[in-house]
Design a protein around this ligand. Structure first.
Ligand code: ATR
Length: 270
C-alpha cells in the first residue's frame, strides 16, 4: 500500500504542512502523500482510530489537539512528556504509535549556531513557551527568563519546567539589556491581532537576537520594532520548517532541505 501521512487539527485549511511535506516527499522521490484532516470537536478518538485503521504511517497534530491526543497513543517520547504536548506521531515497525514533540527543538534549530551560555528571555507562558523552555533546558541553556502578562502563569511554567526565572513584563523591559536572545511567543502580532507590543525594546543590548514564533505576517510588529535597533531578527518560519523537517526525518529516515523550503515559503507568504 502507498504510504500516507497527515496533519490533524481544527481549523486546518490554512496549514502550510501539506505543501511542505508534499514538496519534500517529491524532492526525495518518496512515493507517499500527506493530507490535511479537519477533526471536529469531540471526534479526536474516532479520528485516531480511523488513522490507525486506514494505515496512516505518521501524522502531525496541531491546535487544539496537541495535549488531548496523548491518551490515544501507545507511548510518549521524552520530548513530549516534559511539555505535555505532541505534534508528531510515528508508527513503529511493530504497529505502535509514539508521540513526539519537535516544536521546541525545531525552534532552537531555527536560531542557527547559538551558545548555551546566552541569556534568553521568553515572552509568554502558553503552550509554545512551555515547549521552547523545555527544549532550551534540554539543550543545556541555563540562563532562562520567562516574562508574562499574568505573572503567575510565568511562575507556574518555570516551576513545572524546573527551569528559568519568572518575570513581569515590566521587569523584563527594565532589565532588557541583560538578555542576548529575546523570544516572542504570544499570539500578539498575528494577522488581525491588536498591534501593540508585549514589551518595548528601547533598552535592548547591542548584538541581541530577537525571534518571533509567529510567521504570518513574516515581519511581526515586534520584529519590525526590533529592526529599528539594528539587531538580528528571526521570524517564525524557521521553527515551522525545522519542526516539520524533524518529523519528516522520523518518518522517512531522511533530513529534507530546510534552506530551499525557507525560500519557497518566504515567497509564498511574502
Ligand atoms: P500558545 O499555546 O500558542 O502558546 P496560549 O497558550 O494561548 O498560546 O498562550 C498565550 C500566551 O500569550 C499567554 O502567555 C498569554 O498571557 P496570559 O498568561 O497573561 O494570558 C499571552 N498573551 C496573549 N495575548 C496577549 C497580549 N495581548 N499581551 C500579552 N500577552 C498575551
Amino acid at each position: 500500500m502507498k504510504k500516507w501521512f497527515a496533519v490533524i487539527g481544527n481549523p486546518i485549511s490554512h496549514s502550510l504542512s501539506p505543501f511542505m511535506h508534499e514538496t519534500w516527499l517529491q524532492e526525495n522521490n518518496i512515493d507517499a502523500s500527506y493530507i490535511p484532516i479537519q477533526v471536529e470537536e469531540g471526534k479526536l478518538e474516532d479520528a485516531v482510530k480511523g488513522l490507525k485503521l486506514l494505515g496512516c504511517s505518521g501524522w502531525n497534530v496541531t491546535v487544539p489537539y496537541k495535549e488531548a491526543i496523548i491518551p490515544f497513543l501507545d507511548e510518549i517520547d521524552d520530548s513530549a512528556k516534559g511539555v505535555g504536548a505532541v505534534n508528531t506521531v510515528v508508527k513503529t515497525e511493530d504497529n505502535r504509535f509514539v508521540g513526539y514533540n519537535t516544536d521546541g527543538l525545531g525552534f532552537i534549530q531555527s536560531l542557527g549556531e547559538i551558545q548555551s551560555e546566552n541569556r534568553v528571555l521568553i515572552i509568554g507562558a502558553g503552550g509554545a513557551a512551555r515547549g521552547i523552555v523545555h527544549a532550551l533546558k534540554q539543550s543545556g541553556f541555563h540562563h532562562l527568563y520567562v516574562a508574562n502578562r499574568t505573572y503567575l502563569n510565568a511562575e507556574k511554567l518555570t516551576l513545572d519546567a524546573q527551569a528559568g526565572q519568572a518575570l513581569t513584563l515590566q521587569e523584563a523591559e527594565a532589565k532588557l539589556g541583560h538578555f542576548d536572545i529575546i523570544i516572542q511567543t504570544t499570539p500578539q502580532g498575528m494577522k488581525n491581532q491588536a498591534e501593540s507590543l508585549p514589551i518595548r525594546l528601547n533598552n535592548i543590548k547591542e548584538h541581541a537576537i530577537v525571534a518571533d514564533i509567529v510567521y504570518n505576517p513574516l515581519v511581526t510588529p515586534f520584529l519590525e520594532e526590533a529592526r529599528k535597533y539594528n539587531v538580528r531578527t528571526i521570524n517564525g518560519l524557521g521553527m515551522l520548517i525545522h519542526q516539520g523537517a524533524i518529523a519528516f526525518s522520523y518518518w522517512n529516515g531522511i533530513n529534507p532541505s530546510s534552506d530551499k523550503m525557507m525560500e519557497r515559503l518566504t515567497m509564498q507568504l511574502g
